[in-house]
Design a protein around this ligand. Structure first.
Ligand code: DC
Length: 217
């Protein structure tokens, strides 16, 4: 890493693995800027739905990706089950990924607010977006645990979806995210694996700090 390069922490992993909570806390701890890259794919998926189009429609998804304005993402509308599903569909398209790639790299290179580094979370940060990241963590948890966490979140925001349905969705999303050809979800060879199935948020955070401090020293 040369003197002008700011350190990047790459946090990857499947849906509802706890990586978002962890990445946000890590960014606060290190004074780094934080980017939830899933929110970019969700915003594209949601824009396609809002335009009354099918998220599997490649032309519609590409147009939405090229028009994406990161300062105008509506946090509430992208957190729904439908937006997550649409995100996973548009994320298989290489054109959509290419349109979003430079936004992510710009963020990593020039963290907003003059911050001294960046934490990015997603599926392909350590493998494709920032392969030179100073620290890489791949966060996992058993599907049943992840589905339970996601179900609690959805219930909290008024959804009546069953836990069994959320487990089905989670497994389907894993299959699609890991099985696609363009930047599939997978740990980078030099990523540290962190299974949060039986860890509290506090314990997962402590373990992540230990990994990052060691990687950056
Ligand atoms: O982390 P999330 O559930 O908000 O992500 C939504 C979808 O976006 C996910 O199913 C796959 C896609 N995604 C991706 O392909 N690459 C990323 N770096 C982040 C998310």
């Amino acid at each position: 890493m040369d003197a002008n390069t700011k350190p990047v922490v790459a946090i990857d992993g499947p849906a509802a693995s706890g990586k978002g909570t962890l990445a946000r806390r890590l960014a606060a701890h290190y004074g780094f800027a934080y980017l939830d890259t899933g929110s970019l794919y969700r915003a594209v998926g949601q824009a396609v739905l809002a335009a009354g189009k099918d998220p599997a429609d490649e032309a519609a998804a590409l147009a939405a990706a090229r028009a994406l304005d990161v300062t105008k993402i509506d946090e509430r509308s992208i957190r729904t089950r439908e937006a997550g599903e649409a995100a996973s569909l548009v994320a298989v398209m290489p054109g959509v990924r290419a349109a979003i790639l430079h936004l992510q790299r710009d963020f990593a290179r020039n963290p907003p607010g003059g911050k001294k580094g960046a934490v990015l979370d997603g599926r392909d940060i350590g493998t494709v977006v920032c392969p030179d990241a100073a620290a890489k963590i791949y966060v996992t948890a058993r599907p049943e645990i992840r589905a339970h966490r996601r179900w609690l979140e959805l219930k909290g925001s008024g959804s009546t979806v069953s836990e069994a349905q959320v487990l089905e969705d989670t497994k389907e999303r894993d299959r699609r995210d890991a099985g696609r050809e363009a930047s599939p979800m997978k740990p980078a060879e030099d990523a540290h694996l962190l299974d949060t199935s039986d860890l509290s948020i506090e314990a997962a955070f402590g373990e992540a700090v230990r990994i990052i401090d060691k990687s950056m020293s």
